[in-house]
Design a protein around this ligand. Structure first.
Ligand code: GDP
Ligand code: MG
Length: 627
């Protein structure tokens, strides 16, 4: 066994520009996977990713590349321990998600790389996320290899795209080593130039080689844990990038984070299946299975080192702040512990999710989870349903509000249940603030009017309008808005897409808090608070919603043998009221469209095909939660 020179890189791009397709071609060209088209989107392993066509979790895969020509069968290259050969390289591809909600994971993946392939669709040009991910990569000081993809399409305009790379990203594409590579990930044209460029244009990982592996006298072994998961058969698996030294089977290692000691039971690389090896060396990316009992021991961002040595921990990852919260409840209340366990297991794999227990009078015991954005929530929900195997209830998303009490105490309230209503806050609260975002909308110019109206309806304040150059002949407009986060966690995306015929793209980032006249709207049914339906909103919207919602509730609650009152209150006064008279014919109205109907829709979400009613347990009134 000996070392091969290594390159560790990532592929970054705007969504749909061809990142996953290029990854497949690279794997094929290096013989890592068969070239028969049977392995599509190999990196997007998780089911949820395949279904949605987006990459969520980071994946790492190791390839062996012979710069001087095609090499023998891949598996035999492993069998002879990547036998060193002139011009043979080990390439580590770390895939990372393209969506802005997952920039935490992007940043984490990029930390383990020295370079990034910036893939730009030559028919679309540089788009919003191209800029976001490019900037993240620059922050990490990575070498950028610009790649223009989809050159097989007639609409491809590489010259114009190269110009955009210069003007928007500041890449001097005329410099040797910075010229964009023109490829088609679909047909495979030019893909070999990408592999060559990785060798020629990018550097091997820094760090100290292990001098004497056997003698244990080399420099300290250090590995950064950048992902971990639980495998049903193998137990806790940690994905690591070896910063210094080497580690082999049987070594005793220690976690810097907990100080606990383990024995390395097995280790290896992903290629793309898990392939055991004898040793992992500086610069390699691979997995380690140690005798860890619990997922909580494999902390992402932790440093492993040999128990016999003393080292400084590597720079870990800063925790992130959730932007969107939702309550998750089991349909059968007896299943809470199983649900909580499934949530905890998933959350360990995704440290950007926060978990707290929550109990609702209406829904019983559940968990309140914090997410980075709406898509993040949605993907987590889907994974949870797969993992847990039962239907779950997800409450409407809410955002963290800031309450300043008279004694000067500031409190972040992420659950509407704990938000002070009008009567509770009298004389006690000095300031209410809501989280804001800075959002950038890009769309063809003809939709400008619709988008401006939509943003105004969502309390947006326009900050900037510009007309960025595009590769296509259609002029596009870019508008920057300051918007309350609460306004975009409901149906903003759907509306944006429908009012622009699907052409508008939207990206947002946090933009602090702003004082706001906020009200908690509470619903009562036969004088019992339906707590999980409480919602916080701007005062200007309260009356309209109170009326619309009491009407809606009247429609969806079946008549009972007694009269039922439905009220909406702000805590100090009832602002809307409906009365459901005793028995008539059963009414089951559908729930379609509209702002607040989404809230109920969320509450109502149940496993498809399962015709079941869930009694919300409010007084004696039965509320169907079936769609
Ligand atoms: P990602 O979102 O960046 O991972 O993009 P994908 O790799 O999933 O590609 C998005 C779409 O573009 C898919 O339908 C691909 O088949 C298609 N695509 C990717 N590369 C090419 C290419 O070089 N030429 C053409 N014509 N289509 C491509
Ligand atoms: Mg993809």
């Amino acid at each position: 066994f000996d070392r091969l020179e290594t390159r560790t890189f990532s592929i970054i791009s705007h969504v749909d520009h061809g990142k996953s397709t290029l990854a497949d071609r690279l794997l094929e060209l290096t013989g890592t996977i068969p070239q028969d088209g049977s392995n599509q989107q190999v990196l997007d392993k998780l089911k949820v990713e395949r279904e949605r066509g987006i990459t969520v979790k980071s994946q790492a895969v190791t390839m062996v590349y012979d710069y001087d020509g095609p090499r023998d069968d891949f598996i035999s290259a492993f069998d002879d321990g990547f036998a060193p050969k002139p011009g043979r390289y080990l390439l580590n591809l770390i895939d990372c998600p393209g969506h802005v909600d997952f920039s935490y994971e992007v940043s984490r993946s990029l930390s383990a790389c020295q370079s990034a392939l910036l893939v730009v669709d030559a028919t679309q040009g540089v788009q919003a996320q191209s800029i976001t991910v490019f900037e993240l990569a620059k922050q990490k000081d990575l070498a950028i290899v610009p790649v223009l993809n989809k050159s097989d399409l007639p609409a491809a305009d590489p010259d114009r795209c190269a110009l955009q790379m210069e003007e928007i990203l500041g890449i001097d594409t005329t410099l040797p080593g910075q010229e964009p590579l023109l490829i088609s990930a679909k047909t495979g044209r030019g893909v070999d130039s990408v592999l060559r460029a990785l060798v020629e244009r990018t550097k091997p990982p820094p760090g100290v080689e292990d001098g004497k592996l056997e003698g244990r006298e080399g420099p300290g072994f250090r590995a950064l844990v950048f992902d971990s998961w639980y495998d049903q058969y193998k137990g806790v698996v940690s994905l690591v990038s070896i910063a210094d030294g080497a580690v082999k089977k049987g070594d005793r290692i220690t976690s810097c984070h907990t100080g606990k000691r383990y024995e390395v039971l097995s280790l290896g690389v992903n290629s793309p299946e898990m392939i055991p090896t004898d040793v992992l060396r500086k610069g390699q990316v691979g997995w380690i299975i140690a005798n860890m009992k619990d997922m909580s021991e494999a902390q992402i961002g932790d440093t492993f080192h040999l128990s016999s040595e003393k080292v400084e921990p590597l720079e870990g990852f800063a925790p992130t702040v959730p932007m969107v919260y939702a309550g998750i409840f089991p349909i059968e209340t007896t299943d809470f512990l199983k649900l909580e366990e499934a949530i905890q297991r998933l959350a360990l794999n995704d440290r950007s999710v926060t978990v707290q227990r929550e109990s609702s009078m209406a829904l019983g015991q559940g968990c309140r989870l914090g997410f980075l954005g709406l898509l993040h929530l949605d993907v987590f929900r889907q994974r949870l349903e797969d993992e847990y195997g039962h239907a779950i209830l997800v409450t409407a998303p809410s955002v963290p509000y800031k309450v300043t009490w008279r004694d000067g105490r500031e409190e972040i309230v992420s659950n509407p249940i704990h938000f002070p209503d009008d009567s509770e806050r009298k004389g006690k609260v000095t300031l209410l603030e809501e989280p804001m975002v800075r959002g950038v909308v890009r769309c063809p110019e003809e939709y400008t009017g619709e988008i401006m109206q939509l943003c105004a309806e969502h309390r947006g304040e326009q900050l900037d309008v510009s007309f960025p150059p595009t590769a296509s002949a259609i002029r596009s407009v870019q508008m920057t808005y300051r918007l309350p986060l609460s306004e975009i966690v409901t149906d903003f995306f759907d509306k944006l897409k429908s009012c622009s015929s699907g052409f508008a793209s939207f990206e947002y980032s946090e933009d602090g808090y702003q004082a706001s006249d906020l009200v908690k709207l509470i619903f009562l049914i036969s004088n019992t608070v339906l707590d999980s339906l409480s919602i916080i909103m701007h005062r200007s919207k309260v009356l309209y919603n109170a009326r619309a919602w009491t009407k809606k509730l009247k429609d969806i609650i079946p008549r009972q043998q007694f009269e039922v009152s439905i009220q909406a209150t702000t805590g100090s006064k009832v602002i809307a009221r409906e009365t459901l008279s005793a028995y008539r014919k059963d009414v089951t109205a559908g729930l379609y469209g509209g702002h607040y109907e989404r809230k109920l829709k969320h509450l109502n979400k149940q496993k498809e095909g399962k015709k079941r009613l869930k009694a919300l347990g409010v007084g004696r009134v039965q509320i169907p939660t079936e769609k």
